[in-house]
Design a protein around this ligand. Structure first.
Ligand code: TYD
Ligand code: MG
Length: 451
């Protein structure tokens, strides 16, 4: 195949060079050069001849056809995708090595009742077969192709079009028209572009698996995330069995949803009652532990927040947060000092969300602060207590969203007392067994709890 002309361009200032250079002579930036295909004159001439008159359409004349979502049998994936697969949608799934990306998509392919083509550039056919046997093969129409050259893949999908295409992974593909090595920025962009074109032209949903870099971003240009319709992230601690699937971007649904799986010997199993996992079973209450009720998407979740406050013996006090924003922790500690009069300036403070979760719901503020106070005072919070409230800079407990849903979940799991903000409007319910305690300020909560 004839090579198309390509050149290297600086991504920062556009400087052109015939070979790769580390430092741009134009803008003096480092590592900004990427290979691009240069359009030849014949290509330009062809483009001109195919130009046609275009016109804009009135919005009410556009029919929403082709956007019906096709539900998939994997309940969590379905939820995260916003209710099903959209024809022609391109979904990028990112995650750390070994987290279970290939397992998740192969499992989806095997559970579906359609012609799915699973293209792998990472594993051999027999490796995939072995994995499929662990998961259990149900879909006899699932095809496997081990190939890394984009043009060959496109030939096959043109000859025998699949209903769904899965590519594992985008970083292993390469296009023959570029000289850059697989996984380089220009190869990733070129291959994604071509697969995107295939998806849109044939209305075939395409799943791409993407590697992530050391700091957690999807490897390759940020542009990759802009090009695709949906970006999913698969995360969790490799040493824990639970895996969380999140939506970072979704053109066809909400990005609030979260799917939870358990990695078992026979693949990934959706977790039906997530709250039950994160509440450790113990016989007696311990200090430094608070139970919070948070909302992930539409799902209420109860989880354990752990805190440890100890005097800093090595000079600079340490603050560390696992699963929680460190800046928010510092803010909450400042509120404790300034508004409640507790001197934590000379103490180390560690907080941890159970089960390797990472959450951002502001309703975690109150359980976290009470866990910190509980550790500081050495006083355990009674069992059966659950907290849900945001804390403001002046120490006020603020209302949280969808309080009724949180109350229902806490009651379902057998909690007896729930501590919330007095600004949350909670309708009276004579059948409710859960006692609601509403407060306006955090120091009132502490006064009531610790006396
Ligand atoms: P894999 O899907 O290969 O991860 P990725 O594609 O993200 O790199 O899955 C890796 C891990 O999952 C592997 O260490 C083994 C484990 N696993 C199970 O525990 N049970 C199973 O049924 C399968 C297929 C994998
Ligand atoms: Mg893999």
């Amino acid at each position: 195949m004839a090579k198309t002309k390509s050149a290297f361009f600086c991504r920062s200032c556009g400087f052109e060079s015939s070979k790769w250079i580390g430092k741009c002579p134009g803008c003096e930036e480092w590592n900004t050069f990427a290979e691009e295909i240069k359009a030849t004159n014949s290509v330009n001439a062809w483009k001109k001849s195919t130009r046609k008159l275009v016109s804009a359409t009135l919005i009410h004349e556009i029919s929403p056809e082709g956007f019906e979502k096709k539900p998939i049998s994997d309940s969590e994936l379905n939820l995260v995708l916003g209710g099903g697969l959209v024809p022609g949608a391109v979904v990028l799934l990112g995650g750390e090595p070994g987290i279970g990306k290939s397992t998740l998509l192969l499992q989806m392919a095997l559970q579906m009742n359609s012609d799915v083509l699973y293209v792998s550039g990472e594993e051999s056919e027999s490796q995939i077969k072995l994995r499929a046997e662990r998961i259990g093969i149900q879909n006899s129409q699932c095809r496997v192709l081990t190939e890394t050259m984009l043009e060959n893949i496109l030939d096959i999908v043109a000859k025998e079009p699949p209903e769904i295409l899965i590519v594992d992974s985008i970083q292993t593909l390469y296009s023959d028209v570029l000289e850059a090595s697989p996984g380089s920025i220009s190869q990733i962009r070129e291959c994604t572009g071509k697969l995107l074109q295939f998806a849109k032209e044939t209305n075939t949903p395409v799943f791409l698996i993407g590697h992530i870099t050391k700091d957690g971003a999807i490897a390759g240009p940020k542009l990759l995330e802009h090009m695709v319709d949906t970006v999913l992230q698969f995360e969790g601690d490799r040493h824990h069995v639970y895996r969380i699937l999140r939506t970072l971007k979704n053109r066809f649904g909400s990005t609030q949803e979260m799917g939870i799986y358990e990695m078992q010997g026979s693949g990934l199993v959706p977790v039906k009652n997530p709250s039950e996992i994160w509440l450790a079973q113990r016989d007696e209450p311990l200090s430094g532990i608070g139970i919070g009720c948070v909302l992930e998407g539409i799902r209420p979740l109860l989880l354990e927040v752990q805190a440890l406050v100890s005097s800093a013996v090595y000079g600079m006090p340490q603050r560390s947060a696992t699963g929680f924003d460190l800046r928010r922790l510092n803010m909450l500690l400042a509120v404790l000092e300034k508004r409640c009069g507790f001197r934590l300036g000379q103490s180390d403070v560690f907080v941890n969300l159970a089960g390797g979760l990472r959450l951002e719901d502001p309703a975690l503020d109150l359980p976290l602060m009470t866990a910190i106070m509980s550790s500081y005072q050495g006083f355990a919070i009674p069992q059966g207590f659950v907290f849900s409230g945001e804390v403001g800079l002046s120490g006020e407990v603020r209302a949280v969203q969808r309080i009724e849903q949180r109350i229902t979940e806490a009651e379902k799991l057998g909690f007896t007392d729930m501590i919330v903000s007095k600004y949350n409007k909670i309708p009276e319910d004579p059948n409710r067994k859960l006692k609601i305690h509403a407060f306006g300020k955090v120091d009132e909560v502490f006064g009531w709890l610790f006396g």
